[in-house]
Design a protein around this ligand. Sequence first.
Ligand code: PEP
Length: 260
Amino acid sequence: MKTYIVGNWKMNFTVGESSLFLHKLLQKVRIMRDLEVVVAPSLMALQPLSLQIDRRKMKLAAQNFYDKDFGAYTGEVSVSQIRSLVNYALVGHSERRYIFGETDKDVRAKVAAALRCGLTPILCVGETAEERACGETTDVVRDQVLGGLQDVSKEDLGKVIIAYEPVWAISGHGKPARVASPLDVEDVFKLIRKILSETYDDSVAESTPLLFGGSVKSLNAESYLSLPDCNGLLIGGASLIAPEFLDIIEIAKRVRDDRA
Ligand code: PEP
């Protein structure tokens, strides 16, 4: 299975800045067979960056889209409109769930739309600090995984990536984020594989890529990448700093080579 390093630029960078930043990355990122480097710029930048990117080195992801193809949906952009620009799409990111009120039903429709249009959905799941404190992590993760995948066949699950992102570990929301312990992360990875195995079967459970996201930096990337069930990282803040992001890519390559 590949290792995935995904940078979520969120609502940062103008189109010009995005292009300059991508240029910097492209100068340094090498073509690597088993390491997939993906960035998710703002929707505005997707079109120009899709012309600029070298897809042998890196791929693009959408941060968001609407699940209908065309029609009277003022202000929305459909997956059909971006399908030629990107290979991946984030779905169910906690900022979409908690700031913009996306429900598991919305998430499910977006997962289905991405798959229908040939994009790989990166389904994000994770509990809040309150839910963890109340011992609800297992239930929340189970509900979000099953809620998002409800309409996904066993065959299509092979095209889905799942990112575990505990909300309390995500930076940029005012109070300092907590750093997740690798042991806690591995527990949730095991839980997700168990849910997939019970719902589908062992082989798809084992072959679904699981990413971790939450305040990942070059300093702690290895501790997550070395987990037996970790297939990559989803990175917010540190993906906006070129040397950091490039270091994390190098660490991922080294961990992969060491494992081989
Ligand atoms: C994210 O929002 O997906 C994320 C992981 O952010 P950060 O790395 O900044 O915590």
